[in-house]
Design a protein around this ligand. Structure first.
Ligand code: ADP
Ligand code: MG
Length: 318
């Protein structure tokens, strides 16, 4: 099967590639064309997943299809954007019909769940790597940025933390667990749900937002820096799933919530008066103060900030 047959069979023919709102022209020409309503801005984000770095080289391609789109789509949710479409740049070591069909099925499932149309891409041969670029729209000037947090705001998250980090040893086959513990954690790792509804509700309410991909403390550091404020996180307020606590115990579950990556839950700052306006689940975990950096506090208010924060590519280990 050649490149063009592959594209048309697995991707151009997929239900998610048949166009949708905002898509004037999809797969097949040199560019796709998007329509943007007057007064809206285009939100764009790219994510690359490399085999052996971002996912195990041997894994279920259907789950990989779901996850590779979800992690990119989460960035649209974090800006408060409404999804339009995405492109897929796929580098494959070989053409395996079974792998491609399962991958395309998983991708399609997530795309339809997120209302994202597949509008183009690129297909090349090489070590397995997946790059997804997502496009969304947001009313001009209303995107949720990292830079608007103000002293007095509450620091909040949109869901339980640490589940994906807890799942990682299960994903890598380093650890086994009972079905009722493993299943929800693996679900969270392989099929994160981008928080579009929450992101859209936060427009005009939150002063800053991002999606947690590198770990809570590291990502809160990004808000603190961009906004020129200090953030305080209260350890006892972190929402943990019972599956995570069952698997790891309370201490290690907190560690996963603070430093584990891949949660794709939104973290945001909100003036206290706006808390009641947001219908979606909101967990208050701290507050914004004058100053800089992120401080972690225990129930007694003691500073227990760890030195190591999250995962960074290219960082030299001390
Ligand atoms: P060009 O050479 O002009 O960049 P290609 O031959 O790479 O175009 O691709 C042909 C068409 O198929 C384009 O519309 C491109 O966006 C689309 N395409 C290529 N690879 C993929 C893919 N993996 N998924 C979806 N669309 C793809
Ligand atoms: Mg090309």
């Amino acid at each position: 099967m050649g490149e063009f047959e592959l594209i048309s069979h697995y991707f151009a023919a997929a239900p998610c590639a048949q166009g949708g709102e905002g898509v004037a022209l999809g797969i097949g020409d040199d560019c796709a064309l998007l329509d943007l309503p007057p007064g809206e801005q285009l939100a764009v984000s790219t994510d690359t997943l490399v085999a052996g770095v971002h996912f195990p080289a041997v894994c279920d391609p259907l789950l990989l299809g779901q996850r590779s789109l979800a992690v990119a789509a989460s960035d649209l949710a974090a800006m408060g954007a409404t999804p339009i479409g995405f492109t897929l740049a796929l580098t494959l070591p070989e053409v395996s019909a079974g792998w491609l069909q399962a991958y395309a099925d998983g991708l399609n499932r997530m795309a339809q769940g997120c209302r994202l149309s597949l509008i183009g891409g690129d297909t090349t041969r090489g070590p397995l790597s997946i790059t997804v670029t997502v496009f969304g729209r947001v009313p001009a000037g209303q995107a949720l940025r990292r830079s608007g947090a103000r002293p007095g705001d509450l620091l909040c998250v949109g869901g339980e933390l640490g589940n994906a980090a807890g799942a990682l040893p299960l994903v890598l086959g380093e650890r086994q667990a009972d079905e009722q513990v493993a299943q929800p954690l693996l679900e969270h790792y392989w099929s994160p749900s981008p928080q579009f509804g929450l992101g859209q509700q936060l427009r005009g309410n939150a002063t800053s937002a991002l999606d947690i991909s590198d770990g809570l403390l590291a990502d809160c550091g990004h808000i603190a820096k961009a906004s020129g404020v200090a953030l305080e996180v209260n350890l006892h307020q972190l929402p943990l799933s019972s599956a995570l606590v069952d698997l790891l115990g309370h201490e290690a579950a907190l560690q996963a919530a603070l430093a584990g990556g891949d949660d794709y839950v939104l973290a945001f700052t909100l003036p206290p008066a706006r808390l009641a306006t947001v219908q979606a689940p909101v967990h208050v975990i701290g507050r914004v103060l004058e100053g800089q950096g992120v401080t972690l506090r225990d129930r007694q208010g003691q500073d227990i900030t760890p030195r190591q924060r999250g995962y960074q590519h290219f960082r030299e280990t001390p």
